[in-house]
Design a protein around this ligand. Sequence first.
Ligand SMILES: *Cc1c(COP(=O)(O)O)cnc(C)c1O
Length: 357
Amino acid sequence: MKSNINKLSRINIQNLSPYQSARRIGGYGDTWLNANESPISVPFKSRLESFNRYPECQPDHLISAYAKYVSLLKKEVLVTRGADEGIELLIKAFCEPRKDAIIYCPPTYDMYAINAKIANVKIKEIPLFRDTWTIDLCHLKSNLNGVKLVYICNPNNPTGNIICKKDLINLLKITFGRCLIVIDEAYIEFSPDNSMVNFLKEFPNLIILRTLSKAFALAGIRCGFTLANEDIISILHKVISPYPISTVVTDIAVQALKKNQIKNMKNRVVTLNRNRIWLVNELKNIHYVKKIFDSHANYVLAEFYRFEKVFQSLWEKGIIIRNQNHKINLQGCLRISIGSEKECIRLIEELKNLSKT
Ligand SMILES: *Cc1c(COP(=O)(O)O)cnc(C)c1O
């Protein structure tokens, strides 16, 4: 029986390579620079004692708190189990299996493709222009047949660049009345001026994904948000599970969205942006670093000579970074999350040691 179980699963699931989540990769690191997490843990305590009741599906005080943070109305905000659940719910709600398609622009975040594959929804890849990582609007425009959702990651993971507002507005205009544009702003706190939140009023086809996992330092609680006009949010209410957010998660997320905690988050962002600038400058002095891509987030992508040796040597030293070599246009590239000052210094020291060997 055991050997046949795989054959019982859906064909698309049999063929699926799962997401390489940071904790699935393994390694015995003490310096985790592979998942763009916050290097600093912010201590929160749940003040709750009673858990016998189900939570609200969309806890009102959490929705209020996030709506206030982004200056939107409550009915324009959906809270989800991480931004990842937002990616999934949109496909569930809008894409007909085997018929509809999504577009995304690689190299980018893997979960758009993985969720489409799980749902048996078609995929159209429109690669970003190499090195500048801008959107190929012409190519995209001529591929809109059957497309319901276009996923754009901004700042883009793993390249770190910003997709400029002009291109995003053009994209919203090109696709107006035809399909929805989903802008994944998981890292937007590191470059807040580039948010498209203020365009939600103007473009009813715009959807924005947000998370508490990166700048808010709360990857462990799994809390994200989908921002869109009321009609889209109402559709998502139909497909979300009845109790997606646990009572404890809500309690901690609400604390994190208090004024003084938002201020603390912004201070951490300043520190991490400063660490990134330091790290980039140091990387420039290392002779086997071939190219460093300009980043506006809490990670940096670089192309290395002998990238495999670099990755492996760091791994053996307990410094775990992310290999991006398998992705389109990223041959020889590694992505490094920005850690604490100490972690950045340690990384550079190991890279310098390596250049002596
Ligand atoms: C980390 C990340 C997410 C996932 O966020 P969660 O809220 O932790 O699910 C979504 N999109 C991008 C681009 C990310 O890098």
